[in-house]
Design a protein around this ligand. Structure first.
Ligand code: DMJ
Length: 658
């Protein structure tokens, strides 16, 4: 079967496109040909991205360039010449020297003069002919051998490739100035009572980690009652140790160094992204890339950066859609992407494609490769051009047509972290990304106008907009917005800082009420404001608590900005309730009904419990000098990333950043 494919040499990071016969000798020769162009020893299968659905990407400007900074380095795709040597379908780029070549000498194979180009072609022909003959000879020799001998040879070859890959992984990435890393340790409270509370949270973390270590090691999550590993489709079908990666930075700031080192060792030896597994781009970005980057910045261990970049490369094919809005899921091996079946007519989701910015900007910063930055800026530009009903961003966008799906808007699930990342893009750029700040301010104004209301009993809540109708229901997820409003108060339009501090405090109070009005003093998944019902879940299916962090997250931001002791009190109430009702001997579990005084456990210890809930609690009882907010910005999974001073870097060339 013939397929158009693209390949990138991992050693030299250069790529090309061509057509090959899959699973045939032509495939082997194609790899040799492409490798010789790149100065690569040999292309591995991983270097070849086979993709029928990715054919468009071969024509994308970011692909065939030698120097990613030079737009004009892209050869004209109409000038391809067939190479007639049994490889008739392999395309050799051909450039007419001097004619319109703005930057002579920077194309992959041709120099400024045609003569050299022909010599190069001839050399390639000879090399391929010789390789072809050699391969035939080898095949003849092979046929003389027994099955066992052939198997053993294949195994030796495989081991060699694995060894080579390991060596390659250790190759350091280009050095960049490391941002000012302040407050990676410390925060010791002076007060005895506080110190005890902080120690208790650390002990809870150890209980969660130790049990995962014993019963779920390497699995994505833990079933603390069945005492075995657990996973969901967001992580795909392979064991990627989600809890390890998500928990690393919490272990680090709590000073659990042995545990941190165990996690690091597992990552070094086992975390492999070349797996045939379909993962959620959003979840893998916020938990894995975010977790690895934070672990890298805190500890300085190169391996975390290298793994983050390897994973990011695997996510890039998700952006190969007609609009550049990424698919929700991508197969890490084939690069084939698709969307969730339940999302409005094949749409991508705002909170998913809109929650990549922070991590992707850091990836470009650390690698010097602008591709990540370009991908997320492209999403931003596209969103800026679109009409927004009532100034609101709908939760669904079709990546094929570039049109909105259903007109649903929410600050909870499906929308939440998109707004969070607009604000955090501005904060993370040392408040220079004014474009992001403007988008955030515009969005918040529309949200306040259409979604935020006060209940009869005086509780401020954020409802959900569904086709022109406001549903008076607020999700636990939306409770994060209290913290967001407070974090965005400084720098708000018309100096409405006081207003946003108040709004954040009101949301915190409402979410606290949603906890306080239950039997377990833990909040339900979502709660209503309907007549006499206020901040209470009505449907059975909305009464669960799965160890989520958002309410505690908001308490922590409110504490940092106001130092009002009530937030520490509320945080402690939540910690005690988790300890009392969610702790089991094999870890921590969610509960199915927060209104029932005899809890039924769901038997899942979510990775975000270690990444977020326990981290925010620990920070709540620490001094402000631990991870100060003017130096660190937390991603939506609570992974701290340092503020970047982008002046004098290539990223500052973008007009959005001034
Ligand atoms: C986390 O994975 C992140 O906070 C995400 O943004 C939303 N939900 C979960 C925790 O509830």
């Amino acid at each position: 079967m013939r397929a158009k494919i693209r390949s990138t040499c991992a050693e030299t990071n250069q790529g090309t496109c061509g057509v090959m016969e899959l699973n045939s000798r032509e495939g082997y020769q194609y790899k040799q040909w492409a490798a010789s162009l790149f100065g690569c020893s040999f292309l591995l299968s991983e270097d070849v991205v086979e993709a029928f659905s990715l054919i468009e990407s071969c024509d994308s400007p970011s692909f065939r360039k030698q120097d990613p900074y030079q737009e004009s380095a892209v050869p004209d795709s109409s000038k391809h010449k067939r190479f007639d040597l049994g490889l008739e379908d392999v395309l050799i780029p051909h450039v007419d020297a001097g004619k319109g070549a703005k930057h002579p000498g920077i194309f992959l194979i041709h120099g400024p003069d045609e003569h050299r180009h022909r010599e190069e072609e001839e050399r390639l022909r000879n090399k391929i002919r010789a390789d072809h003959e050699k391969a035939l000879e080898e095949a003849k020799e092979k046929l003389k051998k027994s099955r066992e001998e052939i198997r053993a040879e294949i195994q030796t070859e495989k081991n060699k490739v694995v060894q080579e890959m390991k060596i390659r992984e250790k190759k350091p990435l280009p050095a960049v100035p490391i941002p000012n890393l302040i407050g990676t340790h410390g925060g010791d409270p002076e007060d005895n009572d506080l110190r005890e509370k902080r120690e208790k949270i650390k002990e809870m973390m150890k209980h969660a980690w130790d049990n995962y270590r014993i019963y779920g090691w390497g699995h994505n999550e833990l079933r603390p009652i069945a005492r075995k590993g657990h996973s969901t489709n967001i992580f795909g079908t392979s064991q990627m140790g989600a809890t390890i990666v998500d928990a690393l930075d919490t272990l680090y700031i709590m000073g659990l160094h042995d545990e941190f080192r165990d996690g690091q060792k597992w990552i070094e030896n086992n975390l492999d992204f070349s797996v045939n597994s379909e993962v959620s781009v959003f979840e893998v970005n916020i938990r894995f890339i975010g977790g690895l980057l934070a672990a890298y910045y805190l500890s300085g261990e190169e391996i975390f950066k290298i793994k983050a970049v390897q994973l990011a490369e695997k996510l890039l094919p998700a952006f190969n859609t007609p609009t550049g809005i990424p698919w929700a899921m991508v197969n890490l091996k084939s690069g084939v992407g698709r969307n969730w079946g339940w999302a409005s007519a094949g749409s991508s989701i705002l909170a998913e494609f809109g929650t990549l910015h922070m991590e992707f900007v850091h990836l470009s910063y650390l690698t010097g490769n602008p591709i990540y930055y370009k991908k997320v800026m492209h999403i931003r530009k596209l969103l800026q051009k679109m009409d927004r009903p009532n100034g609101l961003y709908p939760n669904y966008l079709n990546p094929r047509t570039g049109r909105w799906g259903q007109y649903h808007t929410s600050v909870g699930g499906l929308g939440d972290s998109f707004y969070e990342y607009l604000l955090k893009a501005w904060l993370m750029s040392d408040k220079t990304d004014h474009e992001a700040r403007k988008m955030y301010d515009d969005a918040v104004e529309a949200i306040e106008k259409h979604l935020i209301r006060k209940s009869r009993g005086g509780l401020t809540f954020i409802g959900e907009w569904k086709n022109g109708h406001l549903e008076k229901k607020m999700g636990h997820l939306a409770c994060f917005a209290g913290g967001m409003f407070v974090l965005g108060a400084d720098g708000s339009r018309m100096d409405k800082a006081g207003h946003y501090l108040e709004l954040g405090a009101e949301i915190a109070r409402t979410c606290h009420e949603s906890y306080d009005r239950t039997a377990l003093k833990l909040g339900p998944e979502s709660f209503k404001f309907d007549g006499a019902v206020e901040a209470v879940a009505v449907r059975q299916a909305e009464k669960y608590y799965i160890l989520r962090p958002e309410v505690i997250e908001t308490y922590w931001y409110l504490w940092r900005f106001t130092h009002d002791p009530r937030y520490r009190e509320w945080g402690w109430e939540a910690a005690l309730a988790i300890e009392k009702y969610c702790r089991v001997s094999g870890g921590f579990s969610g509960v199915k009904d927060v209104y029932s005084s005899t809890p039924t456990h769901d038997d899942v210890q979510q990775s975000f419990f270690l990444a977020e809930t326990l981290k925010y609690l620990y920070l709540l009882f620490s001094g402000d000098d631990l991870l100060p907010l003017d130096h660190w910005v937390f991603n939506t999974e609570a992974h701290p990333l340092p503020v970047l001073h982008l002046a004098n870097t290539t990223l500052s060339r973008n007009p959005a950043v001034r």
